[in-house]
Write a protein that binds this ligand. Structure first.
Ligand SMILES: Cc1cc2nc3c(=O)[nH]c(=O)nc-3n(C[C@H](O)[C@H](O)[C@H](O)COP(=O)(O)OP(=O)(O)OC[C@H]3O[C@@H](n4cnc5c(N)ncnc54)[C@H](O)[C@@H]3O)c2cc1C
Length: 285
């Protein structure tokens, strides 16, 4: 099928984009970034936006740079930019490892980091990274800008706190301390498929015990988030398989499983137990 008719806008600056968005958003105007989620839904006519505001020609959105203690990722930055570490910091290697789990190579050359955040698919790897590390998400509209914390940004299944007239201009990820360990593990049925469950953890060791643990869960419930109960059990204890099993069991009881044709609630709880344990083992290795 072909998409329903739409008007096409190609702004050259953020200012121009938010001005157009202010006019067309009430008439179902949508931002077009990489198009890897939006265009298929338009082709199936599941989405019929009357206007597309294409941000691909906005040079200022291509920014990918460190600023202070953050990595700034502009709305034009594609997944493929992370195939190699973008910064000499544990964050660079973390992103380079995680990106290989997103779809397939051609999709990664078009899809954008910020498009994934705005789309908020529960199985998005970047949404999990943002929620676990505590990303700051910067939005602009004709009325001005605002900054949102990832914990408040993801509100449910494909739902964010972004207003319809707002452009997500950049995401800021905190750089990690040099001794920060990380572990990511994802289960999907085939390489390139969406995750049925995935976990990301970061922690470092202080005097042989786990310090500042973060444990995020994705693909398993409506929105990615940190699992505080599992983090609490990890903090202050030496890394060990028995401890990781305990944390994984707690995580498996601390979420509301999505149920679909691929996984019922019981299977997703099993998967969560497995992915959390393996992410922790990877971080400790
Ligand atoms: C076969 C296939 C497999 C895939 N597998 C995975 C996977 O395993 N993991 C994964 O994470 N993703 C996967 N994807 C999705 C892919 O990563 C998309 O690139 C991503 O979800 C959306 O990014 P985009 O830049 O393509 O956004 P678009 O498709 O252009 O837009 C998606 C939505 O976000 C909005 N939007 C985009 N950018 C902005 C912005 N800057 N401000 C405000 N709103 C915005 C759009 O209006 C639209 O509603 C897959 C896609 C396909 C086709």
């Amino acid at each position: 099928m072909k998409p329903a008719p739409f008007a096409y806008h190609a702004p050259k600056s953020v200012e121009e984009a938010v001005t157009i968005l202010a006019q067309v958003a009430p008439d179902d105007g949508r931002v077009l970034a990489g198009g890897q989620s939006l265009v298929p839904t338009m082709a199936f006519r599941l989405a019929r936006p009357a206007h597309l505001v294409d941000i691909n020609g906005i040079a200022e959105l291509a920014r990918l740079a460190t600023a202070g203690d953050h990595l700034v990722i502009g709305a034009g930055v594609r997944h493929a930019a992370f195939h190699r570490p973008v910064v000499e910091n544990p964050l660079g290697s973390l992103l380079a490892f995680v990106v290989r789990h997103i779809a397939h190579y051609p999709i990664r050359t078009r899809g954008t980091f910020c498009g994934s955040l705005a789309h908020a698919d529960p199985a998005s790897e970047w949404c999990l990274v943002a929620a676990t590390l505590g990303a700051e998400i910067v939005a602009r509209s004709r009325d001005g800008g605002r900054s949102l914390q990832a914990g408040d940004f993801f509100q449910g299944l494909m739902t964010t706190s972004l207003a319809e007239n707002e452009l997500l201009v950049e995401a800021r990820l905190p750089l990690l301390p040099a001794d920060m360990r990380w572990g990511f593990y994802e289960f999907s049925r085939r390489a390139g498929d969406y995750a049925l469950a995935m976990a990301l953890t970061t922690f470092h060791l202080a005097d042989g015990v786990i310090d500042e643990p973060r444990l995020g869960l994705g693909g398993a419930e409506a929105a990615p988030r940190r699992i505080a109960a599992a983090e609490q059990v990890l903090a202050g204890r030496p890394p060990a398989s028995a401890l990781f099993r305990e944390a994984a069991a707690i995580a498996a009881e601390s979420f509301e499983p999505l149920e679909d044709v691929q996984a019922d609630a019981a299977f997703r709880r099993d998967l969560v137990r497995a992915v959390v344990f393996r992410a922790l083992e990877r971080a400790a290795a």
